[in-house]
Ligand binder design. Structure first.
Ligand code: G4P
Length: 285
């Protein structure tokens, strides 16, 4: 589990990170934002588009092994249709990672052309990698660059703690230490981050969370729920639907009541481990 998950998001951190990023964006050719393919909207940082200026942006839909492949393709088209490059990766297994370098080169073809015209054809491209905690930013950097820390002499402007990693001789990644935040004034965003485990369970009401997840899944993933748990009555109110799930799993407590807390914890755990299926909680508009 990422250590950054233990650090609180609070305004002081946010301002510091924002300023640091503003400074460092000037040092790179583009920004790659790592997002969770199951929740591509909620796992984004709301300020990045403003901080970018005119620099190109690549969205990495990470954890695509856990997401719904059709939805991931729709998201790629959606981003590309808005002038944002996008690729889907599974950084844990390494699936799709070969697409990364060609995608970056395609995104920065104008820059490469300009460098070549200036007689600097071999100049490495530089990319800042950003992402809210738990999207897999460290896994991504490890996968792309391993321990290949680039030489950092003669590089003014880089904040203490920031590190350059060489993917190859033509591409370097800048990892900044600041914690980026999601759009957490939005309840749905908070819920979706909690469903995927990006926000720790011990600050959440598990029973309520499980009930909301069940309600959410019963909109687009009825077939998957039925396959996993048997026939559920989707016409029921959310709490009664959770009771129905507890009943299916024989989760009963003394007095014959359904153990909805256990059912909720089980549902969350099975969702996070992809036992219900490959699921994307957010669709393109
Ligand atoms: P961060 O730097 O953005 O905070 O995230 P980090 O790389 O620490 O990854 C967070 C969790 O997500 C890790 O799991 C990591 O293995 C997992 N992960 C990263 N990329 C992928 C991916 O493409 N697919 C899947 N399925 N998982 C991915 P963890 O349970 O916290 O740790 P561990 O069990 O891997 O040790």
């Amino acid at each position: 589990m990422s250590q950054t998950q233990n650090i609180q998001w609070f305004p002081g951190h946010m301002t510091k990170t924002r300023r640091q990023m503003e400074k460092e964006i000037a040092l790179v050719d583009a920004v790659a934002e790592i997002v969770d393919a199951r929740i591509p909207a909620s796992s984004r940082n709301p300020d990045i588009p403003k901080l970018l200026g005119k620099k190109p942006m690549l969205i990495v839909l990470n954890k695509c092994d856990m997401a719904d492949a059709n939805a991931t393709n729709e998201w790629i088209k959606w981003f590309e249709g808005r002038g944002i490059s996008a690729i889907a990766l599974d950084c844990r297994s390494g699936k799709g990672v070969n697409q990364f370098v060609p995608k970056v080169k395609d995104m920065l073809r104008e820059k490469i052309k300009a460098n070549t015209e200036k007689g600097m054809a071999g100049k490495p491209l530089r990319l800042m990698v950003v992402g809210i905690p738990n999207v897999g930013k460290s896994t991504f950097i490890n996968r792309m660059a391993g321990a290949n820390k680039a030489k950092t002499e003669n590089r003014p402007g880089v904040t203490r703690g920031s590190q350059w990693f060489a993917v190859d001789r033509q591409l370097e990644l800048l990892d900044t230490p600041g914690i980026l935040w999601p759009k957490f004034d939005d309840i749905t965003v908070g819920e979706h981050l909690a469903f995927t485990g990006a926000i720790k369970d011990n600050v959440m009401d598990i029973e309520l969370l499980g009930m909301r997840l069940l309600e959410t899944l019963s909109i687009s993933y009825k077939a998957e729920l039925t396959k996993r748990y048997g026939e559920l009555d989707f016409g029921l109110e959310p709490y009664d639907l959770l009771c129905c799930l507890a009943k299916k799993r024989g989760m009963v407590i003394r007095g014959g009541e359904y153990d909805t807390l256990r059912a909720s914890a089980m549902l969350l755990e099975e969702f996070r481990n992809c036992k219900i299926g490959n699921i994307t909680l957010e669709r393109v508009e």
